[in-house]
Design a protein around this ligand. Structure first.
Ligand code: AMP
Ligand code: MG
Length: 531
């Protein structure tokens, strides 16, 4: 087994490619767009690119994989993670899946621009699938080009690592590499295509399997492949459940429900809006996956979504994410039904989603408010009233919660008003002030009931309420600079977001309210799916 970070030659990474070895593959060797049946993947080579150049890499991810920093800065790293060279042991493939998009069954989707390189085994014997996003067309590319542009690659790279450091379950990112080639994108879908710099992100996760991988087999009545994939997933990713059987399938589905509930509770805690919670974007491991038109709540608004494609129905708005995750799990339950043939135990597992979400969310809200524990009798109203107040006062969610730690049992109403005013984007009118006064009184009474020492409470709150999140406009500023070949802000954000709960000297500008100019600017408050 390799020891930590001693790999200087990528050809000595240790691969164990279970997905390719144990699952049925597509026999067709040629890379053209098509429907692929009775197969979990198609072998496909990444497209070679002209002039790959490393923009940034994640030191923690590299360390996890055992890759030394010298190796990360080498020319070979750039060639390999741009897709120009397969290192020893890599087997490149695109996986086949389907999904419900915006509530409608979409049939086969698949890795249209993601190409997996294989599974690295780290020094703890953990498998990590490496996946290049934007590495060229695959059989699943449909009408698109298989490529990714710099702006969306920076967003995916930074947010994956930021979420990891926030303690939110997520796929990771090892690197972001410029291809040296241009990609055509019509960013606003308004008939004005532009050339943009291309890039490739190397994503990393124990598995990239999605709800849609299972759904597609059931939709095609291919129950043999369905069973094979379920059993493979249990053995590879849920080995603690034991040898697959009907009972274990159910335990596994229940665990998927539990993991999904925990992930969503984290999203709600940090104010993350995924933007495209289609079932092909739901990880079987309960990881946040596919960072597209995602965004972070600025003014607290449960109806907000950053995704312009969803502006009408707002299906994937912040406040709807818990319900949508349930809906998506119901689709997964439907896909697994033929293997189980009983609705009742599947429904019971779905109930575990609801109870886990409720429980996790309550304990997170208690942490956010600095309470010893969530009191179901009184705290429900406390939390709901605060949500109404934050919405009415258009208050920055991140800054408000962070500042709330400074409110103490002996604080006066004026302290609370100034917190609210300082973190609000609007003007706090008299009606809102009244709400604020009432809420402050009940919160103070609640703190007095707990009678928790202030330093302990501050510490607990600061561990639940991040100071630094990847604010939409900050990501956009970093992108604007990167498009001018200045990568300093991408690197600085990567660094700051490594410690989101710790106040960092000189980094005040990363923990400020959104400036006015950013309110309506594309990329800052709204994003299209074009990426
Ligand atoms: P998304 O909702 O962005 O995760 O993507 C939905 C589907 O479209 C997936 O199958 C993607 O692989 C595919 N896709 C998105 N962008 C591209 C692209 N530029 N080229 C090929 N396939 C793409
Ligand atoms: Mg996707």
């Amino acid at each position: 087994m390799p020891t930590q970070s001693n790999i200087s030659n990528l050809d000595t990474l240790q691969f164990d490619n279970r997905f390719v070895r144990e699952l049925p593959g597509d026999p067709e060797p040629d890379n053209y767009r098509r429907q692929v049946y009775q197969a979990c993947y198609s072998l496909v080579r990444p497209k070679t690119v002209k002039q790959p150049r490393l923009l940034a890499y994640s030191a923690e991810m590299a360390q996890q994989l055992g890759i030394s920093s010298e190796a990360c800065e080498s020319e070979d790293f750039c060639q390999v993670f741009a897709g120009n060279r397969l290192a020893e042991g890599m087997q490149a493939y695109a996986s086949c899946y389907g999904g419900h998009q915006f509530g409608h069954w979409a049939g086969q989707l698949g890795d249209g621009r993601a190409i997996n390189l294989g599974e690295v085994v780290d020094h703890r014997n953990q498998h990590w699938t490496l996946q290049l996003k934007g590495a060229g067309p695959t059989p699943y590319s449909r009408s698109a080009d298989g490529l990714a542009v710099l702006r969306s690659s920076i967003r995916e790279f930074l947010c994956s690592e930021a979420m990891h450091h926030l303690g939110v379950p997520t796929t990771r990112a090892l690197s972001v590499i410029l291809t040296g080639e241009q990609v055509v994108r019509d960013m606003f879908y308004d008939g004005n295509p532009q050339l943009e710099p291309g890039a490739v992100v190397c994503r990393v996760a124990p598995s990239f399997t999605r709800f849609g991988n299972f759904q597609l087999f059931t939709a095609r009545d291919d129950l043999d492949s369905l069973k094979t994939l379920v059993e493979f997933t249990i053995r590879a990713d849920f080995p603690h459940l034991g040898e697959p059987s009907k009972a274990v399938y159910l335990q596994w589905f229940e665990e998927v429900c539990r993991l999904t509930a925990q992930m969503i509770a984290h999203w709600q805690r940090v104010g993350f809006v995924h933007g495209v919670m289609n079932t092909d974007n739901m990880s079987i491991l309960g990881l946040t996956i596919d960072y597209g038109p995602y965004g972070w709540l600025e003014n607290y608004d449960p109806n907000w979504t950053p995704n312009t494609t969803d502006a009408q129905g707002r299906r994937y708005r912040f406040g709807n994410q818990p319900k949508i995750a349930y809906w998506n799990l119901v689709q997964l339950a439907n896909a697994l039904y033929p293997l189980i043939q009983k609705a009742e135990p599947l429904q019971q597992a779905l109930n575990v989603y609801t109870s886990t979400f409720e429980q996790t969310w309550r304990s997170m809200m208690a942490d956010k408010l600095g309470l010893l524990a969530f009191d179901p009798v009184n705290d429900e109203a406390l939390v709901a009233d605060l949500a109404s107040l934050l919405q009415a006062s258009e208050t920055d969610m991140t800054l408000f919660y962070r500042g709330l730690a400074d409110i103490a049992m002996d604080s006066i109403e004026a302290d609370f008003y100034s917190l609210l005013e300082g973190t609000s984007y609007g003007s706090v009118n008299s009606e809102t002030q009244q709400l604020a006064g009432l809420w402050f009184k009940s919160y103070k009474a609640r703190l007095q009931r707990d009678n928790r020492p202030q330093p302990e409470r501050i510490q607990a709150m600061n561990a639940a309420n991040p100071l630094y999140v990847l604010r939409n406009y900050l990501a956009q500023q970093a992108i604007d600079l990167a498009e001018q070949e200045d990568y300093s802000m991408v690197r600085e954000l990567l660094e700051v977001l490594r410690h989101p709960y710790t106040q960092q000297a000189g980094k005040e500008r990363f923990a400020e309210k959104r400036p006015d100019w950013a309110k309506q600017r594309a990329g800052c408050s709204m994003l299209s799916c074009s990426s």
